[in-house]
Design a protein around this ligand. Structure first.
Ligand SMILES: Nc1nc2c(ncn2[C@@H]2O[C@H](COP(=O)(O)O)[C@@H](O)[C@H]2O)c(=O)[nH]1
Ligand SMILES: [Mg+2]
Length: 555
């Protein structure tokens, strides 16, 4: 787990107020869904904290860079609808999908990052950190567990990595539109097979082409340029954060896949300059790279770079960084394309471990910059606030479930010890029978066998209770997919990616301005199962409590 930096505390701000906790039952056990925190100055709000997976001493960071879309700029539902409505119309007009498709409606909350689209089967799946598929939906219908297991249970010959081209990882919020349209069309095709004859994979490909075109033909970007405020969420802390890093001597840079014109629109809006072509926002950065083509920018040393003239967006070829860096940048600091080597040269850096890059795309921003270049990384997770609020609100439910799981583990240990006693007794009685004693099981053996059977039955009942409680708990976080960072009782695959590739993570980029630029982000200790066993008082059958066989009292 991770150590939060409590920005709200540093600033003396109040934390969230939680509603009073409802009570409910899991099996026969009554508990409170939201035990009020004992000392609410320790409440997290999920809005402002920066959580740390891997230590970063900011004093060693020389340059801090930012992605733009869904990192510095957060978008609202109206923005998603531009892509959704635009793609629907193109499906009807270009690919001759039924007219009914044009009246489909979008639900931006249905899918989440971290899920995976199975293009061939028409499914969306959620995995735990072992890539075990724990939830699968075909369209909007949950797959029964037997079907899910038969489709996704790895056999030794066929272990899916889920990076194959038949799968799409929802690594960015941009892909939520694709996922929702796909589920809708899968449902529609299943109900009206004569109206859509394409395979599921072909349907996905059509959706992809249509959404892609919306990002290129002006359906999205012209609308945003007309009225940025209708689509972009203002972030009052952004400028202060960038100025703080600049003033501290850090080099700041922007690397975005958006092209110059759109970048200028979005950054002007965020920085607050209203006049046309007012380039003040550029003062916040040492270097700006637009049309960067990440992830290639972070992998490929050969991509060429062009200088952008901010006044009219025209491009001029440059042959890498020509001459002394300062003189080169004095001619203009906005570039299109290029690669990470150009960037490091312009920042006068030779290694990646003193660069921090802040982004939202799990693969293109975070995984690649960390794995390929050893950059330090900050993942922006807008979903964090909701997760942290639910975590606190339903802490009582979680504690109740943990207790039931602990009891289940104790039961396993007790069953184990009964089983062993039965084995020993059977062996003794068998030897006795060979020596001429009775072949009938002794009353003691019968008693132990009955106890074991009762305990097994109680265990099954407790499993059902835990399963129902776990599902109930998860649904408090998201009505379909449950907790973002967990799948069942395990870390989700998304959580594993966050902990492997993101050194720190936070709800929004401007939170980095809520802490000092010299901050040392430190981790808290990771836990292994044996740490948790110890905390739960488990382990060693001889030390465990006796377990009642009555499911009504599953001690
Ligand atoms: N051509 C496409 N462009 C897309 C698509 N999805 C998103 N985008 C664009 O990428 C950048 C993201 O910029 P970054 O700042 O996060 O690097 C932005 O301009 C999006 O419009 C797509 O499917 N096709
Ligand atoms: Mg982005």
């Amino acid at each position: 787990f991770t150590a939060p930096c409590r920005a709200s505390q540093l600033l003396g701000r109040r934390s969230v107020q939680l509603p009073s906790p409802p009570t409910f039952s899991v099996g026969s056990i009554r508990m409170s869904a939201g035990s009020p925190p004992r000392d609410d100055k320790y409440l997290l709000d999920g809005e402002t904290e920066v959580f740390c997976n891997r230590e970063i001493n900011m004093q060693q960071i020389r340059a801090i860079g930012f992605d733009m879309d869904y990192t510095l700029a957060q978008y609202n539902l109206a923005f998603e609808l531009l892509a959704y409505d635009g793609a629907k119309q193109k499906l009807v007009d270009t690919f001759r999908y039924p007219e009914a498709v044009a009246s489909f409606e979008y639900d931006s909350t249905y899918f989440r990052r971290g899920l995976v689209i199975d293009k061939e089967r028409g499914n969306v799946i959620k995995m735990d950190r072992h890539k075990y598929v724990r939830q699968a939906y075909h369209g909007f219908s949950p797959l029964p567990s037997a079907v899910r297991k038969s489709l996704y249970m790895a056999s030794s010959e066929n272990i899916p990595l889920y990076t194959e081209s038949t799968f799409v990882n929802i690594d960015t919020l941009f892909l939520l539109v694709d996922a929702y349209l796909f589920a809708q069309l899968v449902e529609y095709k299943d109900r009206h097979p004569s109206e859509i004859k394409h395979s599921y994979a072909a349907i996905y490909s059509h959706i992809r082409q249509c959404v892609d075109l919306c990002h290129r033909d002006g359906v999205i970007k012209d609308r945003v340029a007309e009225d940025p405020g209708a689509y972009i969420v203002p972030d009052p802390g952004m400028v202060t954060m960038l100025e703080q890093y600049k003033e501290s001597g850090r080099k700041t840079f922007l690397v975005t896949n958006s092209l110059w014109e759109y970048t200028d629109v979005v950054m002007n809006f965020l920085v607050g300059n209203k006049g046309p072509r007012n380039q003040d926002w550029l003062d916040l950065f040492e270097v700006v790279i637009v049309g960067s083509r990440k992830p290639a920018f972070l992998e490929d040393r050969s991509a060429y770079m062009m200088r952008v003239a901010p006044a009219d967006g025209s491009l001029r070829n440059v042959d890498g960084v020509e001459g002394p860096v300062d003189a080169f940048l004095a001619q203009g600091k906005v570039f299109q394309g290029g690669n990470w080597k150009h960037l490091l040269e312009m920042l006068k850096l030779t290694s990646g471990d003193n660069v921090l890059y802040v982004g939202d795309h799990m693969y293109s921003d975070i995984l690649r910059s960390k794995r390929s270049l050893g950059w330090r990384t900050c993942l922006v997770i807008p979903e964090l606030a909701g997760e942290v609020a639910a975590l606190q609100q339903y802490a009582g439910l979680d504690a109740g479930l943990q207790e039931l799981r602990r009891r289940r583990l104790v039961m396993d240990e007790e069953m184990d010890s009964l089983y062993k006693s039965i084995q020993v007794l059977r062996r003794e009685e068998k030897q006795g029978a060979q020596g001429g004693a009775s072949t009938e099981p002794s009353p003691e053996l019968k008693k132990l066998t009955r106890q074991l059977q009762e305990l097994e039955e109680a265990g099954e009942r407790l499993d059902d209770t835990i399963k129902a409680g776990c599902s109930d708990y998860h649904h408090k976080f998201h009505r379909v997919w449950g907790k973002l960072f967990e799948s069942g009782f395990q870390e989700s695959r998304f959580a594993k990616q966050v902990s492997t590739y993101a050194c720190v993570y936070t709800k929004k980029a401007s939170n980095l301005g809520m802490v000092s630029p010299e901050r040392w982000f430190r981790t808290v200790r990771d836990s292994m199962p044996h740490d948790v066993y110890l905390a739960l008082g488990l382990g060693g059958a001889s030390q465990t409590e006796m377990v009642g066989a009555d499911a009504g009292d599953p001690r």
